[in-house]
Design a protein around this ligand. Structure first.
Ligand SMILES: [Zn+2]
Length: 294
């Protein structure tokens, strides 16, 4: 199929893709389309936003202060408790993509020595004070020499914001001590879930009624993935030897959980099915993964 696109799939590198979502989105004067990888079914944004667009998308005032639902995937406390079953207090933890520091604060309160990295300079200033710990901009972090090493690296809702997630994970694993823990959490936006199915049907209906509709949302999430593909991403694209210690798929009902009556009802049904395995697929819109570096 001849499709006007500029990149391959960020998850499996395949160049073959079909239309992934019925309408495009326009942000800061640029149009972004959604394609679906023919090889792995991951839906990805094309083109990758340029640096100016990234700066606009993640400015503290517009992103972190408004959009960013800090505990969208459960609570920081639950995540820290999970981490505690794999590492003891006193361990050094890097939260790469730490936002405004909610997870950093919870880590410090539980005896971990926490460090953060964030994209936006204003967010970095705010978070280093808010969480009382060292926070670097991504640029500063990557230029540190010698490379700082940590016992734990946490990526919470980060991968889907990265143009080349495999490159960053491979790179950041050189900052992880041997025997250290890589803790990844994030959305599974194309995984089986009643909320996902309803939003898909709604999207296609809207497309039929308004074929030229273009959304105005910033393309924050550069890909949408399901559980098997997320696991394959770790096993196929990550070069450092990792041992998967923990894997969980669960459901939050987001974004319908915050909607009106019918949406909340659909969210409740989704939460009921979350984590259950039905016909070879585990239902749910989020994952947690814990790996040990060999
Ligand atoms: Zn792919």
């Amino acid at each position: 199929m001849s499709i006007d696109k500029t990149r391959g799939c960020p998850i499996c590198s395949s160049r073959e893709a079909s239309v992934g979502f019925p309408y495009a989105t326009q942000f800061s004067g640029k149009k972004f389309k959604y394609f679906k990888s023919c090889a792995c079914e991951t839906v990805f944004v094309d083109p990758v936003p340029d640096n100016d667009t990234f700066v606009q998308m993640y400015a503290k005032d517009s992103y972190h202060d408004c959009d960013y639902d800090a505990e969208v995937g459960g609570t920081y406390q639950e995540s820290v408790q999970l981490l505690q079953s794999y590492v003891g207090a006193g361990a050094t933890v890097l939260d790469y993509g730490c936002g405004l520091g909610g997870f950093l604060k919870e880590l410090s309160a539980n005896g971990f020595v926490s460090f953060g990295v964030e994209f936006d300079v204003d967010a970095v200033d705010f978070t280093s004070k808010n969480a009382s710990c060292t926070v670097w901009t991504a640029d500063n972090f990557w230029s540190l020499l010698p490379k700082p090493k940590f016992d734990v690296i946490h990526l919470g809702d980060v991968l889907e914001h990265l143009p080349e997630p495999a490159e960053i994970v491979n790179e950041i694993l050189s900052n992880l001590n041997y025997g250290g823990i890589l803790f990844v959490e994030g959305p599974l936006e194309t995984n089986p879930s009643p909320v996902y199915w309803v939003t898909r049907v709604y999207g296609w209906v809207k497309h039929i009624l308004r074929p030229n509709f273009i959304a105005k949302d910033p393309p924050h999430h550069l890909f949408r993935i399901n559980a098997p593909q997320q696991l394959k991403f770790f096993s196929n694209r990550i070069t450092a030897p990792l041992n998967l210690k923990y894997w969980r798929v669960y459901e939050t009902g987001w974004p319908y959980v915050e909607g009106a009556l019918i949406k909340r009802a659909i969210a409740k049904i989704a939460i009921f099915f979350g984590g259950k395995r039905i016909i070879n697929a585990t239902f749910g819109n989020r994952f947690q993964a814990i790996f040990m570096k060999k």
